[in-house]
Unconditional design. Structure first.
Length: 78
């Protein structure tokens, strides 16, 4: 299961139910996907097929939805 946490334009933020315990979010768009750590600081963990400019836009989307993502993570994972 991979619940959608946020949508921002062409970006979809989500996480997988059966993945590692460190808080993070996946963000996808037509050009590829990225994974961002949320703790201890927001940081790019990995990406596939994305240019630096696209990654920067994705990171801004994660920053803008950070509180919503953290709340969804805690609600989903307890």
């Amino acid at each position: 299961m991979s619940p959608t946490v946020f949508r921002a334009g062409k970006y979809r933020g989500f996480f997988f139910s059966r993945e590692e315990g460190r808080m993070h979010v996946h963000v996808t768009c037509p050009d590829g996907e990225a994974k961002f750590w949320l703790e201890p600081i927001l940081a790019l963990a990995s990406h596939t097929g994305l240019a630096a400019r696209e990654l920067a836009r994705m990171q801004r989307a994660v920053e803008e939805h950070h509180a919503q993502i953290v709340q969804a993570w805690r609600s989903h994972f307890g």
